[in-house]
Design a protein around this ligand. Structure first.
Ligand SMILES: Nc1nc2[nH]cnc2c(=O)[nH]1
Length: 417
């Protein structure tokens, strides 16, 4: 029996630049697990790793549109604003209920233990997503989108409808009293709403202490339209509406100016870096190093279906590629390495969602969200010649990007795959 009971999990702190190697023993996991009522201890008690397996913190998707899932891999012949009109709104408004139920199951299978979801404009389908996350045991922030302008006639709401429906959604999600699933305020982007409604949503978030998510500075045509509409920088638009808070996550942020980055840092707001989407929609290259150097908290987002895959493993590889591509054009640029993107996908994501007290790594007192990755899993095409250390197994997992290597998934100590 080649089982190991003590597991070494490499984890890198980008903010300090100091490598922390966390030695995680089974006893620690069980101690954490016992703090949480709904845990069946049997789920974590029997974790025994072989030499081709590692235990890593659960992966965190800080930006994904659940009702766009069926369009993954389709429709990348148009830039953002045309893509929204031509493919995205049409799908979001007709997505069948049964599909939405499957989305949280699918992302869990890809190792996403925490998802920050955009739902649709509709209360019903957004609530189905809430029920699905609860049913499947996924940790999730879920938002009903607000969209009152620049939208199709049959997929739009009035500001009054938008506000009252959002209030009902928040109340009903909170009434479920599920520890893992919370509502999040979700104004689509500055072009989809006017200032008054955005300010009301900012007020609502403050009143209920809620998270906020939206998009920012993703595409050059979008930037121009925001500038024409509001006559102020993009980040200032959200700031005026009190939407920039320490619990706000902004997707993309490719074209933020230095002043906007500084404002975002001042507000404690974070960025969801969505490199696969930025490539598929040809939006641009987001410089994570620049954001982090300024002090912005950054996590990773698949941005399904701007992104072609629901896999955060593939998104880690896309983040590596984007960073290397930036290094080709910038002298002395240090591209991200696999440890950096691992951080973005775990503790970085937790920080970006202001959940770092609960998840992101195996620090004592946090919930046990974890994956067992088996680089020799049945059905996986990975090949080994030599023995690999845990760090090498992690590196191979990230670069190889095959989700078949995810053997088990735990959320709050409970086995969900
Ligand atoms: N990538 C992306 N950007 C957006 N901006 C406004 N809506 C969207 C969306 O659905 N996806």
């Amino acid at each position: 029996m080649r089982g190991l009971k003590i597991i070494m999990v490499p984890h890198i702190g980008v903010h300090t630049g100091i490598e922390e190697i966390l030695a995680i023993g089974q006893a620690t996991h069980l101690e954490q697990a016992k703090n949480i009522n709904q845990i069946s201890n049997d789920d974590v008690e029997n974790i025994v790793l072989t030499k081709t397996q590692i235990l890593i913190p659960g992966l965190i998707d800080t930006h994904i549109h659940a009702p766009q899932y069926p369009n993954c891999g389709l429709g990348y012949d148009k830039p953002l604003l045309e893509w929204l009109d031509h493919y995205t709104y049409k799908l979001e408004k007709k997505i069948p209920r049964s599909r939405t139920i499957q989305e949280s199951r699918k992302t869990l299978d890809h190792g996403t233990t925490t998802s920050c979801y955009f739902g649709s404009l509709f209360y019903d389908s957004s609530m189905i997503l809430v029920d699905a996350a609860i049913k499947h045991g996924q940790r999730a922030l879920i938002g009903k989108i607000n969209m009152t302008t620049l939208a199709p006639d049959d997929y739009v709401e009035t500001p009054e409808e938008s506000l009252s429906c959002t209030k009902k959604f928040i109340e009903d999600v909170q009434a479920k009293q599920n520890k893992l699933v919370q509502p999040i305020i979700t104004p689509r982007f500055a072009l989809s709403l006017d200032m008054d409604l955005m300010a009301e949503l900012g007020q609502l978030a403050k009143q209920h202490g809620l998270h906020i998510q939206t998009h920012i500075a993703e595409n050059v045509d979008e930037l121009k339209m925001v500038e024409e509409k509001y006559r102020m920088p993009y980040a200032t638009v959200y700031d005026k509406a009190n939407l920039l808070t320490p619990k706000t996550v902004l997707a993309h942020g490719i074209y933020l100016t230095d002043d906007e980055v500084n404002l975002i840092v001042k507000r404690g707001t974070s960025i969801a870096h969505c490199p696969d989407s930025n490539t598929c929609l040809k939006s641009g290259l987001c410089d994570v190093r620049r954001l982090q150097a300024a002090g912005v908290k950054v996590g990773l987002g698949t941005d399904v279906a701007g992104g072609s895959s629901p896999s955060i493993v593939r998104t880690m590889k896309a983040a590596l590629d984007t960073s290397v591509h930036i290094s080709f054009r910038e002298k002395n640029y240090q591209p991200l390495d696999y440890t950096d993107v691992f951080y973005l996908a775990t503790l970085g994501g937790a920080e970006a969602l202001a959940l770092e007290e609960e998840i992101g790594n195996f620090a004592i007192g946090k919930d046990f969200d974890a994956l067992i990755v088996d680089m020799d899993a049945e059905g996986s095409s990975v090949d080994f010649l030599l023995h690999c250390s845990p760090r090498e197994l992690l590196q191979k997992f990230i670069y190889y990007g095959d989700d078949k290597n995810i053997k088990s998934v735990f959320v709050a100590g409970k086995s969900v795959k």
